[in-house]
Write a protein of this length. Structure first.
Length: 419
């Protein structure tokens, strides 16, 4: 079956290679009984793939059920999946069949599989390996023929390392893995999706569909979309309902994108180190890191120049020694690096920074000074220097650092810096 016919049948919009590959795998595996693990971020449409696999399989005329494992309380999930006997727990006034019993011969889709308790994972593993299960409160083994399709937005391998997910269950589930790409990995599909949603909402609300100018399209394409297709659909609906103009520009789009999410867009910094006036308040720390790297490069260049001068004229060593001794005194007065999390290592590297010229023995010596390479330590150092330079004026200091005044205020609180 062609991919385009599947897209038309299930209302899938997009032509990105990653999306087409995921659909191709789903089509190929559908007519088997292999267990499938669908993984991808929240909101990418993982459940659609489970419907595709079931509808193209030999079980398509048998029951299909989707279960959100994260929405069922831990104390009742065993009963929901495998059933229970009367009196097996408080409130069990009657016997009850579980999903694996009622969907016998069909397909069960287990969404958010990473949320399953370890005890339930052991029961599920037995179903996958032997097709057997036991109701809660019973000792009778029952048989079932159910195809399992699981989905997760978490890295199950990391959960296995933390002891929160069974490794044997992971490998049993991931017989055929399918990765559904995030929206930012299929940027070419964003304008198509927005247009489809805009037309749908226009028909629903009996109005003309909104359209985007080029600047608005570029803004949507470069946005990170943490909520993926679900977030794009919500924003398209908001714009369709609330916008008076039907031709939408970038400024109007910004009103509908959350400010916290806008902060994930790349930060544009001008040549003088100040943030571009076209950008809003981006609290991302990359601006400080860029400045840190530029300063480090400048320091290395100055060190190279200094050593060349000393080699050419050894009498200059004393002058350079005094200058660097003053810099060392300033560094010692600043707070020593403290890890932000338990077990975070402190990295230090020996730096030859002080040179002694011993006139009596005519021997030049050097001392190695341990300098912290922690980014947090350097970031704090830059903030302190900027405040001293501008005599405590936050606005000027933040401008010099290339960050917003609000970000600077947050950093002052974070590092407990007195102004």
């Amino acid at each position: 079956m062609e991919i385009q016919s599947i897209k038309n049948r299930f209302g899938i919009i997009g032509n990105s290679p990653a999306l087409n590959y995921a659909l191709q795998v789903a089509i190929q595996v559908a007519n088997t009984d292999l267990t499938v693990l669908i993984f991808g971020e929240s909101g990418v449409g993982k459940e659609i793939f489970s419907h595709i696999i079931h509808s193209l399989s030999a079980r398509k005329h048998n029951p299909f059920i989707a279960v959100n494992c994260g929405a069922i309380p831990e104390g009742t999930i065993d009963s929901e999946l495998f059933g229970h006997e009367k009196g097996s727990f408080t409130g069990a006034v009657d016997s009850r069949k579980g999903y694996f019993e009622t969907v016998n011969g069909g397909t069960i889709f287990l969404d958010e599989i990473g949320e399953l308790p370890l005890g339930t994972q052991a029961r599920l593993l037995r179903v996958l390996e032997a097709g057997e299960f036991i109701r809660v409160g019973s000792s009778k083994v029952q048989k079932t023929d159910v195809r399992v399709i699981a989905a997760t937005n978490k890295d199950l391998l990391i959960l296995t390392e933390k002891g929160r997910f069974r490794e044997d269950l992971y490998y049993r589930l991931s017989t055929v893995p399918i990765r559904v790409p995030s929206l930012r990995d299929r940027k070419e599909d964003i304008p198509l999706l927005f247009r489809k949603f805009a037309v749908d909402f226009a028909e629903r609300y009996k109005t003309a569909p909104v359209q985007l100018d080029e600047e608005a399209k570029n803004l949507l394409i470069n946005y990170s979309w943490p909520g993926n297709v679900r977030e794009l659909k919500n924003i398209a609906e908001q714009i369709s309902v609330l916008s008076i103009d039907k031709l939408i520009n970038a400024e109007q789009i910004r009103k509908f994108i959350p400010e916290t999410s806008m902060n994930r867009l790349p930060m544009v910094v001008s040549h003088n180190g100040n943030a571009s006036s076209n950008n809003h308040d981006f609290s991302n720390e990359r601006e400080i890191l860029y400045k840190l790297f530029f300063d480090m490069k400048k320091d290395v260049t100055e060190l190279k120049k200094m050593f060349v001068e000393i080699l050419q004229n050894p009498s200059l060593a004393t002058a350079h020694q005094d200058a660097y001794m003053n810099n060392l005194k300033e560094l010692k007065q600043q707070e020593v690096y403290q890890p932000s999390a338990i077990g975070s290592p402190t990295y230090t590297s020996p730096q030859p920074v002080v040179i002694h010229n011993n006139n009596d023995e005519h021997i030049q010596q050097h001392e190695e000074v341990e300098e912290s390479l922690s980014i947090m330590d350097k970031e704090k150092e830059l903030i302190i220097k900027a405040l001293k330079k501008h005599k405590g004026k936050r606005k000027d200091a933040s401008s010099d650092l290339g960050i917003s005044e609000r970000t600077l205020y947050r950093k002052l609180k974070e590092y407990d810096i007195d102004e």
